[in-house]
Design a protein around this ligand. Structure first.
Ligand SMILES: NC(=O)c1ccc[n+]([C@@H]2O[C@H](COP(=O)([O-])OP(=O)(O)OC[C@H]3O[C@@H](n4cnc5c(N)ncnc54)[C@H](O)[C@@H]3O)[C@@H](O)[C@H]2O)c1
Ligand SMILES: O=C(O)C(=O)C[C@@H](O)[C@H](O)[C@H](O)COP(=O)(O)O
Ligand SMILES: [Zn+2]
Length: 364
């Protein structure tokens, strides 16, 4: 799969990755960026999670001037239609016009919600993202998939609504709990498996950490994978589906646990299932890579699960069509494809996956 390589934008160590497509924009990666952000719109709604370190919010407020600042519950608690309705009412009461903008500041949950608010308010206003988690930087804040969850499953309502610019201030990663940083590593590792195998070792390297020697170059290369894919296929008519590697089981795990499983941990678990399915269908055996990732990530252990409990959630995956479920699999490293998998293989590999995960002896 071809990837776009980032370019250095300036001498201050800020890297810039260009995203193409119908509305091109840039992703900037570097330290101190929250103190440099700027948007042309006069009126702005700033949406952030309530548990975000307040200095990030203050930095953006100082930069943008008076803004309508709206805080939302942490993690996926904010990705509901109820929370969204509350935000839209606040914006309508403030009579924000169509030429205003919405800024999403925080992790992927907050930027997914903010983007869907931007896509919906007055049928669409400008949107900007300022991700403050690893996952947000390498994945969620780029590419314009926005949305919220339903009780029936993950991201079941949403819109493609790309941001006009993305600022990844790498200084913000310093306050991230290490476990949340490792959640985000799952999506960077995924980019390694589907497109850029050079990422696999780098993502697990001890220098890939806040302020680490490998942080910014690895971030930029992981973002470049996503930028390349969404530049060519914004609305998932084709290759964008490959970004969903590991997600059929991941979203089912999140759904069946009522969103108690963090997305990045669910993706770690889900990639191992997808690697097992890939091997079962004749692909190169990549399960040592994926199991090693889960061991490294040390996710929260899962509750007792069975295939019958999980499969209704997998059936609601957005890659399913009228002929049934489809999975992103790998012929080998950087060779993703979309396939239907016979039910008996799904069931058998689920049992093997569960045994592999139990064998790790994860501690809660
Ligand atoms: N739109 C997309 O393409 C896309 C891609 C991947 C994931 N997602 C979505 O992203 C969400 C997961 O995002 P996430 O992993 O960023 O988790 P998250 O948004 O749930 O954030 C995790 C926690 O960290 C806090 N936090 C954020 N930045 C912080 C910082 N710098 N310091 C301290 N705490 C901080 C958050 O407030 C939250 O409580 C899921 O809802 C997932 O579905 C979307
Ligand atoms: O950007 C994409 O496309 C992705 O699939 C990236 C995923 O990491 C992300 O979790 C996305 O939100 C999943 O999308 P969905 O369409 O399966 O809900
Ligand atoms: Zn994801």
């Amino acid at each position: 799969m071809p990837t776009a390589k980032p370019q250095k934008a300036n001498g201050a160590g800020v890297q810039q990755i260009e995203v193409g497509g119908p509305q091109p924009y840039a992703v900037q990666v570097g330290g101190g960026l929250l103190s440099q952000v700027n948007v042309p719109e006069q009126q702005v709604t700033l949406i952030h999670p309530e548990d975000l370190p307040p200095e990030f919010v203050e930095r953006v407020q100082r930069q943008l001037g008076p803004v309508l600042t709206l805080s939302v519950p942490p993690r996926d608690e904010c990705k509901t239609l109820d929370v969204m309705a509350g935000l839209l009412s606040r914006m309508a009461k403030a009579a924000l016009p169509r030429d205003s903008a919405v800024v999403g500041l925080g992790g992927g949950a907050a930027t997914d919600l903010a983007g869907f608010v931007a896509a919906s308010y007055l049928r669409g206003v400008a949107f900007y993202t300022m991700p403050t988690t690893l996952l947000g930087m390498v994945d969620a804040a780029v590419g314009g998939k926005t949305g919220v969850n339903l009780p029936e499953g993950k991201n079941l309502v949403g819109a493609f609504w790309p941001p006009k610019a993305v600022w990844c201030d790498t200084d913000t990663l310093a306050t991230l709990p290490p476990a949340v940083f490792r959640e985000g590593a799952a999506e960077a590792f995924k980019h390694g498996l589907i497109a850029d195998p050079s990422l696999l070792g780098r993502v697990l390297d001890p220098e890939f950490r806040p302020h680490g020697a490998l942080l910014e170059s690895t971030l930029a290369d992981a973002i470049a994978v996503k930028a390349g894919v969404v530049s060519r296929d914004l609305t998932e008519r084709g290759e964008r589906a490959f970004l969903n590697f590991g997600h059929t089981l991941a979203h089912a795990l999140e759904g069946v646990t009522g969103q108690a499983t963090a997305h990045g941990e669910a993706v770690g678990y889900g990639m191992h299932y997808a690697a097992r399915l890939s091997r079962a269908l004749g692909g190169t055996d990549l399960t040592a890579h994926t199991l090693n990732f889960v061991r490294w990530q040390q996710p929260t252990p899962l509750p007792e699960l069975t295939y019958d409990l999980i499969s209704p959630y997998m059936a609601r995956d957005k890659k399913a069509d009228s002929d049934g479920m489809r999975f992103v699999l790998l012929h080998g490293l950087a060779q993703p494809y979309l396939a239907r998998v016979p039910e008996e293989i799904l069931r058998r590999e689920f049992v093997g996956w569960w045994e592999d995960i139990q064998g790790l002896g994860l501690k809660s």
